[in-house]
Design a binder for this molecule. Structure first.
Ligand code: 5GP
Ligand code: ZN
Length: 137
């Protein structure tokens, strides 16, 4: 499965070159062109899935196991101080390339990656009401 004009289909399948650090039959992992921090990489399935909701379950499991292994190797090679795994779904959530991908982002003390959000406030009652709503699904 590959989608015409999807940049990550083309990169994952080698039609467009990338700085690849890992490849197997299901995935390619390559360096992000606009890194948030040194070593920022993208883990991309070779088949086209628009987002997490569409992603095949088996590939989802494999992606997380692979991300764990590569994060460990990258941490050792780069001597970073921390590590973010990120994954955006939908424009509102910051997705700009609509082919599922996991961001692997090494973090360094004092870096300017700025991966954060504003913390809200919720009462225990509000949280309980929301949890009840979500349990119904
Ligand atoms: P998103 O915002 O969808 O979660 O992440 C898309 C990421 O893909 C961005 O961090 C962006 O820098 C990266 N990106 C977009 N186009 C290319 C490309 O052609 N090559 C590489 N290596 N990265 C890309
Ligand atoms: Zn694609």
């Amino acid at each position: 499965m590959s989608k015409n004009n999807c940049i990550f289909c083309k990169i994952a399948n080698g039609e467009i070159p990338s700085s690849t650090l890992y490849e197997d039959e299901d995935f390619r992992v390559f360096l992000d062109l606009n890194p948030a921090a040194r070593g920022h990489a993208l883990l991309v399935p070779k088949k086209h899935f628009e987002n997490l909701f569409e992603l095949d379950d088996e590939l989802c499991k494999k992606a997380m196991v692979l991300a764990k292994r590569l994060a460990g190797q990258m941490k050792e090679a780069l001597d970073c101080d921390g590590f973010n795994l990120m994954q955006n779904n939908g424009e509102t959530a910051g997705q700009t390339v609509f082919h599922f991908h996991l961001h692997l982002i090494p973090r360094y003390k004092g870096d300017m990656a700025g991966i954060t959000w504003n913390q809200g406030k919720a009462s225990p009652e509000e949280l309980e009401e929301l949890a009840a709503l979500l349990r119904k699904k």
